[in-house]
Design a protein around this ligand. Structure first.
Ligand code: 5GP
Length: 193
C-alpha cells in the first residue's frame, strides 16, 4: 500500500531550470535519497538507459498502467508524450528505507503534494529569467527549435505556480542553488519519521 506517512522529496521546475543537476547533486550528498525512475513514452536519448533514467514504454503499455491505477500521478507533459510516477517505484524505495526523489513537472508535483501533503518537501527551482532558460535549452543541443519554443511557453506558465510549493530556489548560480537545496534537504531528512 502506498502510505501517506513516508517522506517524499519533490524537485520541480520548468524544463531547463536546472532541477536535474540539483537533484543529482543532492543524491550524491545524501545516501538516504534515491531517484524515482519515472515511466515515459518518449524515445530514450543516446545517453539514457532504460530502467535508469526512465522506464521507457509504449503508449499502449502506459495507458494500460493508467487503467490499472498503477500511477501516483501522470501527465502528458509534451505533445503526446506521457510521463508518470509509478506506485511500485515509490514502494520499492520506501522498502529500502530511503526517500524517493521525484524530478517531475510542475503539474505532477502539485498533484503529488496534494495527495501526500504530510511528509512531502517540495522545492521549486526557478530560472533566473526566460532568456537564460532559452539559452540553456539551446545549449543542450538535444532539443529542436519547436521543442524549445514549446518548453519556453510552458515554462512561463509554470512559473506562475511557484508559490504553491514549500520552497523556491532561484538558480542563478548552480553551486549556490545546490548549497541552498542541501540545507533544506538536510533538515527534511533529519525530521522525525
Ligand atoms: P525530459 O523529456 O526532458 O526528460 O522531461 C520532460 C519533463 O517531464 C521534465 O520537466 C521532467 O521533470 C518531467 N517528468 C519526468 N518524469 C515525470 C513524471 O513522472 N511525472 C511528471 N508529471 N513529469 C515528469
Amino acid at each position: 500500500m502506498t502510505s501517506p506517512y513516508h517522506k517524499i522529496l519533490i524537485i520541480t521546475a520548468p524544463s531547463g531550470a536546472g532541477k536535474t543537476s540539483i537533484s543529482k547533486h543532492l543524491m550524491t550528498i545524501f545516501p538516504q535519497l534515491q531517484f524515482s525512475v519515472s515511466a515515459a513514452t518518449r524515445k530514450a536519448r543516446s545517453n539514457e538507459k532504460d530502467g535508469v533514467d526512465y522506464h521507457f514504454m509504449t503508449l499502449d503499455t502506459f495507458k494500460e498502467k493508467i487503467v490499472k491505477n498503477e500511477f501516483i500521478e501522470w501527465e502528458m507533459v509534451y505533445d503526446g508524450k506521457y510521463y508518470g510516477t509509478l506506485k511500485s517505484e515509490l514502494e520499492k524505495i520506501w522498502s529500502q528505507n530511503k526517500i524517493p526523489v521525484l524530478d517531475i513537472d510542475v503539474k505532477g508535483a502539485i498533484h503529488v503534494q496534494r495527495e501526500y501533503p504530510i511528509k512531502t518537501l517540495s522545492i521549486f527551482i526557478e530560472p533566473p529569467s526566460i532568456e537564460e532558460l532559452k539559452a540553456r535549452l539551446t545549449s543542450r543541443g538535444s532539443e529542436t527549435d519547436d521543442s524549445i519554443k514549446a518548453r519556453i511557453g510552458k515554462a512561463s506558465y509554470e512559473i506562475t505556480f511557484k508559490d504553491q510549493f514549500d520552497e523556491v530556489i532561484v538558480n542563478e548560480n548552480l553551486e549556490k542553488a545546490c548549497k541552498e537545496a542541501e540545507s533544506l534537504v538536510k533538515k527534511f531528512i533529519e525530521m522525525e519519521d
